[in-house]
Design a protein around this ligand. Sequence first.
Ligand SMILES: Cc1cc2nc3c(=O)[nH]c(=O)nc-3n(C[C@H](O)[C@H](O)[C@H](O)COP(=O)(O)O)c2cc1C
Length: 230
Amino acid sequence: MTIIAGTVVKGKQLGRKLGFPTANVAAKLNGLQDGVYGGLVLVDHQFYLGVMNIGVKPTVGSHLKKTLEIFLFDFHRDIYGEKIECSILFKMREERRFDSLESLKKQIKKDISCAAKRFELIGMTTQNKKENLISHQELNLPDLYFYKKCNDLYGINRGVYNVIDNWFFEYGITQIAYRRIYILSFLSFLTEGDQKTSSKYIKFGAGGLTEKLSRFVAAYIEEPGENRLG
Ligand SMILES: Cc1cc2nc3c(=O)[nH]c(=O)nc-3n(C[C@H](O)[C@H](O)[C@H](O)COP(=O)(O)O)c2cc1C
């Protein structure tokens, strides 16, 4: 499973003023596309949901270095100097230059509620803050129930589900809860930008499924390397 691993460093601390304190992560970002993403963040052995911006923050200055910044949901601790690991699950939009910090603030608010909806759709919420996401009940359902959930949400049949599950396993995501996060995120990726087709009943042409899995991995998952968890 992708992980962008890095240490939390001090930014300009403008995020606090905006009302969204962010963790700036010093990490290798080569090859990662700029944009605003939703994802899962591991801090001190616990998973949290969050929204991330990868880019150069054109609203706050020009010629800024490409950075990764994360706003974590339901998180209020100071984590400067700590190592964290971020896994991107879906992209929400491109990074943009806003005319004012006020407009950026409004947009980040929207990003947060958009991400919260997407997380809910894939069965991840932070309602019970003490619960570690990885022990989340839905991610640990018996296989048949979990498959049924995917079938209800996206209309995929058992054969397609098995191909996706095996593909991620072969890719190296051997832990079932992680794999399920990726399965849900992949299914949600397939319906991205596809407003006309209802989100139900995803269809593939010949060879279409593996091609889409490769595209998903290329778009959202950094090359697996030593920072790999799954
Ligand atoms: C979800 C999210 C989306 C963001 N989107 C943009 C954006 O589109 N354009 C931009 O210039 N900065 C964007 N930012 C970065 C903010 O400008 C940045 O968080 C703020 O300036 C605080 O930076 P600091 O921690 O270095 O002070 C985004 C940040 C977050 C968390």
